[in-house]
Design a protein around this ligand. Structure first.
Ligand SMILES: *Cc1c(COP(=O)(O)O)cnc(C)c1O
Length: 226
């Protein structure tokens, strides 16, 4: 399965952009995990990405991700779930997702704790002023971290956030980083920071991101959701 030249070009441009941002921040690209968000794209695109060296992919909808992960079970991939997750689908997602970036409430922690496999989790933080958006409110983060720590099966990796559209990304990621520092006072191993998408990964790298979630800058335009 050879990757299309356009895909190879976009992937090379993003990895070069990551290297640049790392150089400016005095960091090494080896500290970073690049997750290519392949939502709405066919399994075929994931095969091409693997040819290019991609080993981490991200999906945001269970009904799309489950068949794709099953079809691609032969590939050396780590699957990341980055979308809003209903508690009644949590166990099913944990069957193929190795890492879940969107844990934002205690009921979801309870549901995941009952999964058949151990899973790594990030606490998704709501960085907007709108309580209706995904993510736990910053003032309830410690409580949620404690809930994860009380489970046997869930390994707390750190915090995840999406920069609000109406705020400078760097400022938003600095807040996320500070929230991650608070979590670390009760969970010293939770050192990871999942931040940075196609439009703001350089700012995320400057603020210490360890996991980038990049879609369109690599995959090209997303097909409409089915
Ligand atoms: C879709 C998505 C991304 C990737 O977004 P791009 O702008 O295409 O890079 C990252 N994180 C989450 C949570 C997403 O849903």
């Amino acid at each position: 399965m050879t990757a299309s030249p356009e895909l190879a070009e976009r992937y090379a441009a993003v990895t070069a952009g990551i290297a640049d941002a790392c150089a400016r921040a005095g960091r090494s690209p080896e500290e970073l995990t690049l997750i290519v968000v392949t939502k709405f794209h066919p399994a075929q695109l994931v095969r091409e990405l693997v040819e290019l060296g991609v080993r981490h992919v991200g999906e945001n909808r269970h009904q799309d991700a489950a068949p794709k992960a099953a079809e691609l079970a032969d590939l050396p991939l780590t699957w990341h779930f980055v979308g809003q997750l209903q508690s009644n689908k949590a166990k099913a997602v944990a069957r193929y997702a190795d890492v879940i970036h969107s844990v934002d409430r205690a009921s979801l922690v309870t549901a995941l704790a009952g999964a058949e496999r151990a899973v790594d989790v990030f606490l998704e933080i709501n960085l907007t002023d709108d309580p209706g958006r995904g993510g736990v409110s910053p003032d309830r983060v410690e409580e949620l971290a404690e809930a994860v720590l009380q489970t046997e099966r869930l390994r707390l990796r750190g915090v995840m956030g999406v920069a609000p559209l109406d705020e400078d990304a760097r400022t938003a990621f600095a807040r996320l980083r500070a929230i991650g520092d608070r979590v670390r006072t009760i969970a010293p191993e939770a050192t990871d920071l999942s931040a940075g998408m196609s439009g703001d990964y350089a700012e995320a790298i400057a603020e210490g991101a360890t996991h980038l979630r990049i879609g369109t800058a690599i995959t090209g335009k997303r097909p409409a959701p089915q």
